[in-house]
Design a protein around this ligand. Structure first.
Ligand SMILES: *[C@@H]1O[C@H](CO)[C@@H](O)[C@H](O)[C@H]1NC(C)=O
Ligand SMILES: *[C@@H]1O[C@H](CO)[C@@H](O)[C@H](O)[C@H]1NC(C)=O
Length: 332
């Protein structure tokens, strides 16, 4: 084109020729820079976790599938978790953050369900930089540092939610948390539009606790004694057992009356004690996940050697599915 301009050189055309000659160069240079920037941005977002729907996207069918296929013996918890999560995540304007309280005996799947929840929301699951796990014994071990812990926890929650509104905080071993610690973050669980300019309404808090486990087991045993099917147990049969024991358990001091009084916990999720057949299911799943052919005989031998309660009925696995992965090694 530049050459044509030269041959057709004419006083009146000269300006437009110059523009013509340079235009393609400048535009492609412009698009080049923008393109590199665009690609760089894409690459960055591909490599590094960002607080947007590239890395954070709730998939309810993923959660449903995982709960159905990987969690055993928890029909109530499964249903409650799926329904609550789906309702909250599909609500464009929640009035408060989501607060779940998971209750039940050891090894019944509370940690596992938290993991499945994170995997249905965060691309990186538990490894996500937006998921924060706190354990009483690891993060807040010393009684005398309570005031420091309180301040720290407030700062962490506020700092992380400021950075990414869709942050998740999981508190394990709630029974071992000092009284008052959780009270320090109570305002963040409440119905405020914002606090000091930060909105916590997109955040998710999950509390895990053994409190209520015994009462839940009593209900399950009662159904069994009456010859009723375990699957007939409904949330309403267990709710009272959980809230009462949580409320009355002075030891799990975090359960301050006002956290409950103010209804800041959206839902209590009860986990039933596991029976032998569930332990077997866990064992088979564990073998499959290790790439070994699942062997019913092996797993049943292992399951039968475990401890069960109550003493007479020997109905519920004392440690649930917790120790299976290490136990299995002795039987394979
Ligand atoms: C949601 O999860 C299901 C089941 O894991 C999967 O098949 C589907 O592709 C996922 N959808 C999106 C949009 O990622
Ligand atoms: C986010 O939480 C972690 C603890 O999980 C803490 O170490 C970190 O300092 C917090 N970040 C901010 C910005 O407050």
């Amino acid at each position: 084109m530049g050459y044509m301009c030269m041959t057709l050189l004419h006083y009146f055309l000269i300006t437009s020729c110059i523009v013509d000659a340079f235009e393609p160069v400048t535009t492609s240079a412009f698009f080049g820079v923008a393109g590199v920037g665009y690609l760089g941005n894409k690459l960055y977002k591909y490599l590094f976790e960002t607080c947007d729907d590239q890395w954070i996207r709730f998939n309810s069918s993923n959660l449903e599938l995982a709960l159905n296929q990987k969690l055993f013996g928890q029909h109530v918890a499964s249903r409650v978790v799926l329904k609550t999560l789906t309702g909250y995540m599909n609500n464009p304007n929640p009035k408060k953050p989501l607060v779940l309280s998971l209750h039940g005996w050891t090894g019944t799947g509370k940690n596992f369900v938290s993991q499945l929840i994170t995997e249905s929301i965060y691309h990186k699951g538990m490894q996500s930089g937006f998921v924060h796990l706190f354990t009483a014994t690891a993060h807040f071990p010393h009684q005398k540092h309570l005031e420091i812990y309180k301040e720290q926890l407030q700062m962490w929650v506020k700092g992380n939610v400021t950075k990414c509104p869709r942050s998740m905080f999981i508190f394990d071993e709630m029974d071992k948390m000092q009284a008052g610690l959780i009270d320090s973050i109570k305002p963040y669980l409440d119905y405020y539009e914002n606090l000091d300019g930060v909105s916590y309404r997109q955040a998710i808090f999950i509390f895990l606790s053994n409190a209520g486990g015994e009462k839940i087991a009593e209900v399950a045993l009662d159904f069994w004694n009456k010859g009723r099917d375990r699957e007939e147990i409904e949330l309403k049969d267990l709710e009272m057992a959980v809230t009462l024991s949580v409320f009355n358990n002075k030891q799990s001091g975090f359960w301050h009356a006002n956290l409950i009084d103010k209804n800041l916990v959206d839902v209590y999720v009860p986990f039933l004690p596991l029976e032998l057949k569930h332990v077997v299911q866990c064992g088979l799943a564990e073998m499959a996940s290790r790439g070994i052919d699942p062997d019913q005989d092996v797993v049943e031998r292992m399951a039968k050697d475990m401890n069960y309660f109550p003493k007479e009925e020997r109905l519920f696995a004392t440690q649930g599915c917790k120790v299976i992965s290490s136990r299995l090694d002795y039987y394979i």
